[in-house]
Design a protein around this ligand. Structure first.
Ligand code: PMP
Length: 428
């Protein structure tokens, strides 16, 4: 009989340990905000495959769009024979992206590829070498994006050497006493110590650090970066791979700060579970690389584009951008009650729309990350029928990324389970 254990045993034989899995729960089917494993156990999904299924698992409209596209054709390569679905999607994305400037898009397959392409485009546009990223940021697992990522273990350890000319500065974290001023001072210092501002091609930032722990970039920081980039001719790249497509209560998170980035990465939520990614940016910057310099065999897969068009319709029809705010408020209210019960352990509840997290500490001391409790909660979530993710520079944050189509009933049921799990593990 096929069980979670039998599949996990087979997995360990043939899949290298580097591609680990959090839960030995093998998916049989998934619908909206629920998953069922091969043994019939039901889970409430607070992870959405890491912020991918914003429109829920297998939304009927997305499934239908995919089926129709597959019936027509599934691949011709955009660089050989292009097709209308990709053009239609690009037409919608250049309008949806924040800011008024005229924009263009390119399509690739994964988030890391989108980030890589931003760097290529920024360098081609500026003719400069330097790239500045932030401590704790996550940008992917390819060589360049690993170098941009601001955390060694597990992402960079054993994998060097990395490309040159990548620099990191601190990211503001109120709980850990890093202010916007600290970040800006570090940038000024960098320009004195390591690289002239006139030699910097781009600054890349997540408007809410995802893997880094759901720390939001304060509005003042994003506005100051915009000014700094304008002053020095630096390309400002918004990595919206985790924050995009309604997740934070705006279509893109930079809108909260009223700042227009030069380039934006899009992936994850773009296509409801299909591997599609994009870079959207100001046309004069996007057009810097020569014809043939950007692309890839599968970039802009017609099936992914058809899924993405359906995702955009669903976000609009079901008003998922404002729903993200309601979901965030519902989670926050409950998590703050939990914080009131455990004030010495829950250091902070952070919410930006439906990107919600709690940071676990020891004895009210933010300098003591509660890694043990975080791990215990994640390890026991399967039993509790929940899919949860940890994250954080200090690995002590539990994040909630529910589908934006989740019902209030399922949120409440999931949070009941979470509260019970939390109390059990605190008292264990
Ligand atoms: N940037 C951010 C902000 C991300 O959250 C991720 C994925 N977690 C990536 C880049 C990399 O995307 P992918 O895994 O699709 O390559």
């Amino acid at each position: 009989m096929t069980t979670n254990k039998s599949l996990q045993d087979r997995k360990l034989q043939v899949i290298a340990r580097g591609q680990g899995n959090i839960y030995p729960a093998y998916v049989e089917k998934a619908h909206n905000a629920e998953i069922w494993d091969v043994e019939g156990q039901r889970y409430i999904d607070f992870a959405t495959g890491i912020a991918v299924c914003n429109t829920g698992h297998s939304h009927p409209k997305v499934v239908e769009a995919i089926k129709q596209q597959v019936d027509k054709f599934s691949h011709s390569c955009m660089m050989v024979n292009p097709y209308e679905v990709a053009i239609e999607l690009a037409e919608k994305l250049v309008v949806a992206a924040p800011g008024e400037s005229e924009k263009k898009a390119i399509f690739v397959s994964t988030g890391a590829e989108a980030v890589e392409n931003c760097i290529k485009i920024a360098r081609a546009h500026t003719g400069r070498r330097g790239i500045v990223a932030f401590n704790g940021g996550f940008h992917g697992r390819t060589n360049m994006t690993m170098a941009l990522t601001g955390k060694v273990t597990p992402y960079k350890n054993l994998f060097g050497p990395f490309p040159a000319d990548i620099f990191h500065v601190p990211f503001p974290m109120e709980l850990h006493n890093v202010s916007v001023k600290d970040s800006l001072n570090a940038l000024e210092n960098l320009f004195k110590v390591d690289i002239a501002a006139s030699d910097v091609a781009a600054i890349i930032i997540e408007p809410v650090q995802g893997e880094g722990g759901f720390y939001p970039a304060p509005v003042e920081l994003l506005q100051a970066l915009r000014e700094l980039c304008d002053k020095h001719g630096i390309v400002l790249i918004a990595d919206e791979i985790q924050t995009g497509f309604g997740r934070t209560g705006k279509m893109f998170c930079f809108e909260h700060a009223n700042v227009e980035p030069d380039l934006i990465t899009m992936a994850k939520g773009i296509a409801g579970g299909f591997p599609l990614a994009a870079v959207v940016g100001k046309s004069h910057i996007m057009d810097a690389p020569l014809p043939g310099g950007l692309g890839g065999t599968y970039g802009g897969s017609p099936v992914g584009c058809a899924a993405a068009l359906a995702v955009l319709d669903v976000i609009d029809e079901q008003k998922l951008v404002s729903r993200a705010q309601q979901i965030g408020a519902r989670f926050t209210a409950r998590l703050r009650e939990l914080q009131d019960k455990f004030p010495a352990i829950i250091g902070e509840v952070r919410t930006k729309g439906a990107m919600i997290a709690i940071e676990l500490i020891v004895d009210s001391d933010a300098n003591q990350p509660n890694n043990g409790l975080t791990q215990a909660i994640i390890a026991n979530a399967k039993e509790a029928g929940l899919v949860l993710l940890a994250c954080g520079f200090y690995a002590n944050v539990i994040r909630f990324l529910p589908a934006l189509t989740i019902s209030d009933e399922i949120i409440d049921e999931g949070l009941d389970k979470f509260e019970q799990l939390f109390s059990q593990q605190v008292n264990a």
